[in-house]
Design a protein around this ligand. Structure first.
Ligand code: HEM
Length: 485
């Protein structure tokens, strides 16, 4: 096969995963399939035609860009419905019967399985939202659009069309934060900056200087890491293609696995903790918070701005991702445990081909209200509707969560300037100790450019708490028209 001419079938791939859907508000509608025959008929005849695919998203982006060139406001005046559909293992069994093909092992286990919970140090389902567990979840609709009203009314008309074929188990709307916080998650940090560049899809910004990158610093990744039926990464070479993994069934081509996690963020507690610990360490709190994340609130990476924020750098997509960690061997600019250094260590392990096998595409959105005046302990549930896509949940999402963020020994093999091994500690944002126990992180105090003050951060509790989770298969448009219905 000639890989250089390999084309992604964007019109067959649901739109949230490679291209992203416009998302100022997003309704997550989790449901049980009550009448499989009726559900299949409505999906075939009505729903499939409404689903957003990669081609629709690209088309919209082209229209928005053209409007901007003509001096218009781009998407402002163009409400755009984005809709995707995914199934749990139970949902697929409902559609295809108990002899259906076996899919990804983690998908078949499920997010609420005791083995998954133990592997990830997740809180048990008895501590999740009760309403999420009220009944079996077979599937989820993601309905994205410009505001809450828009996604609610589209959700209602969809429910009306499906009638008694489905029973809603749980629904919740995520929204971008207001005003200047738009694009920032609830702790205040700009999100959605660094994503893998998909080969054949991401434009290469510097073809002669950096042909293996999309935007500067954005390594190109083979599409098979995120969509079934294409070559993935080569375990021995970060650039050459790896094999095309065998499909569990022909209809699985152009499908992907979606991980959903409702992550509650304890914002007042996070702020109070950061303020108290920064005072203890003798640094300002914005710097400590940045050292926990690896970026400043503006998005500027610590590797390029180690001591103070640089909003122009944070906003510049040609610079804000253009760095590695290898030239910061003593975590002076950015701690090893900082969220972004844990979840994507770049060149830190010395084996980039291997690191590139643990990438995900994120498509999350915040939920819940802003912190109210006087809210010093969390009174309103808020956080992140975390969504990511991959072709192996175990090797991608679960590996990042378990073997990077929640393993205090990762990244291994580092030493202190004068010698002696380093235990980097937990990712302070998403790392989880067994039974929600206390966590430690190494070197919250910056030793930039050449200090050697030893410090640790003791975190008695989580600031991010899992309150619901699910593993879904997001099939191709063709599969939804044919084999699955
Ligand atoms: C409430 C929970 C979370 C918060 C507040 C959070 C926050 C952030 C922020 C501020 C960034 C930097 C902006 C960017 O590069 O887009 C980021 C990046 C990232 N996060 Fe998270 N995150 C959360 C959960 C997770 C989870 C559960 C995972 C996966 C297990 C994850 C994986 C990543 C990855 C892969 C990146 C990009 C790193 C890079 O490419 O440099 N995050 N996150």
């Amino acid at each position: 096969m000639n890989y250089s001419t390999l084309q992604l079938d964007l019109n067959d791939i649901q739109g949230d995963l490679l291209t992203g859907m416009q998302k100022h508000a997003e309704l997550f509608l989790f449901f049980k399939i009550a009448d499989a025959a009726r559900f299949k008929a409505v999906v075939r005849e009505y729903v499939v035609g409404l689903l957003t695919h990669g081609g629709t998203v690209q088309e919209r982006d082209r229209i928005v860009a053209a409007r901007r060139r003509r001096g218009g406001s781009g998407s402002g005046e163009m409400p755009w419905l984005g809709m995707n559909l995914g199934f749990t293992k139970d949902g697929l069994t409902r559609l295809l019967g108990p002899t259906r093909p076996q899919m990804d092992p983690a998908f078949e286990r499920g997010a609420d399985d005791p083995e998954t919970i133990a592997a990830l140090n997740d809180p048990p389902p008895s501590k999740w939202l009760r309403s999420f567990l009220a009944d079996r979840i077979d599937a989820v609709f993601l309905i994205a659009g410009p505001d809450k009203f828009f996604v609610t009314s589209h959700g209602n008309s969809l429910r009306g069309r499906l009638g008694s074929a489905i029973k809603t188990v749980y629904s919740e709307i995520g929204t971008v934060r207001p005003g200047r916080e738009r694009g920032h998650e609830h702790f205040g940090f700009l999100d959605g900056i660094s994503q893998p560049g998909i080969r054949g899809l991401a434009p290469v910004s510097r073809p002669s200087a950096a042909p293996e990158q999309g935007l500067p610093g954005q390594d190109l990744i083979w599409a098979g890491e995120f969509v079934l039926g294409y070559p993935g990464q080569n375990p021995r070479d970060p650039i050459k293609p790896g094999p095309i993994e065998p499909l569990p069934a022909p209809w699985a081509k152009n499908g992907s696995y979606m991980v959903f996690r409702r992550l509650e963020q304890r914002v007042p507690e996070f702020r109070a903790f950061v303020a108290a610990q920064a005072a203890r360490l003798g640094i300002y709190s914005e710097l400590l918070a940045a050292r926990m994340v690896g970026r400043w609130k503006s998005g500027a990476p610590l590797e390029l701005a180690p001591l103070r924020d640089n909003p122009a750098l944070g906003a510049d997509e040609n610079r804000n991702n253009d760095f590695e960690f290898g030239d910061d061997p003593f975590q002076r600019k950015c701690p090893y445990a900082a969220h972004i250094r844990k979840v994507y260590p770049r060149d830190d392990t010395g084996n980039e081909a291997e690191v590139q096998r643990h990438r995900i595409i994120r498509a999350s959105i915040p939920f819940g209200p802003e912190v109210a005046p006087g809210e010093t302990t969390t009174r309103h549930s808020r956080g992140l509707m975390f969504v990511c896509y991959q072709t192996s949940i175990e090797r991608q999402f679960e590996f990042i969560q378990r073997s990077y963020s929640s393993d205090p020994r990762f990244v291994g093999g580092k030493t202190r300037p004068g010698g002696g091994a380093v235990t980097p500690g937990f990712d302070p944002i998403i790392g989880q100790a067994p039974s929600g126990g206390p966590r430690e992180m190494d070197e919250p105090y910056p030793n930039y450019p050449a200090g050697n003050r030893r410090t640790t951060l003791e975190m008695p509790h989580q600031f991010v708490v899992l309150t619901a989770a699910g593993y879904f298969f997001v099939p191709s448009i063709t599969a939804l028209r044919t084999a699955l219905t």
